[in-house]
Design a binder for this molecule. Sequence first.
Ligand code: ADE
Length: 224
Amino acid sequence: MGELPSMKVKPVKWEDVAYWCKLLSKRIRDSGYRPDVVIAIARGGFVPARLVCDYLNIVDLLSIKVEHWIETGKHIERAYIKYPFKVDLTGKRVLIVDDICDTGESLIVAREHVEEHCKPLEVKTATMQHIPSVAKIEPDFYVDVVKEWTWYMYPWNYTEDMVNLTRKIMNSDPQKQWAPEEVKEAFKIAYNLDVPLETIKEVMEEATLRGFLEKNGSKYKLKT
Ligand code: ADE
């Protein structure tokens, strides 16, 4: 049996998102930048971008899908535009919005794509969180500076994150049959998260439906 993972995780509430986006919008307004078009980076930028549009009275909201993959064995993360598009943004001031600037790869490739293919007048970038210790780019606007690298569990991603955090825990002992109670304990140790047992059970059921786990009686094992 291996060691449990250890990761700093911050659960985010919807009210936190509204608060950060309001502050972010104020920073943008106070800077004098007046975007004509907001482009949300899919999927994390959807909700923040929509809120920024509301707070700044912007009606033109587009989206760009950035995909990430890890180069095998190299520990290098690459990002690319999954569905490249060409829209005419001649004369437009653009604001690209994402939830977090972590490596910054998403912002970099989105910005490059828009500048190269859409001919905008100006492009600026905005995120709620920024992690300067790992980011290759500083967004033009952000509100929350993350000192120690942290996984932000945004409310729109709760199920996906909980399934992945569960898989990480169970991967510490891939042959083991795990009871939900044991996973609950592991969540405390690995992520310092106190998750209700009912939620753990729901998540393990969902992870089974998604094909990641197999159920034997009341216990679960990682699917190989
Ligand atoms: N997406 C990329 N990096 C992230 C992080 N640190 N937290 C949440 N979502 C992310």
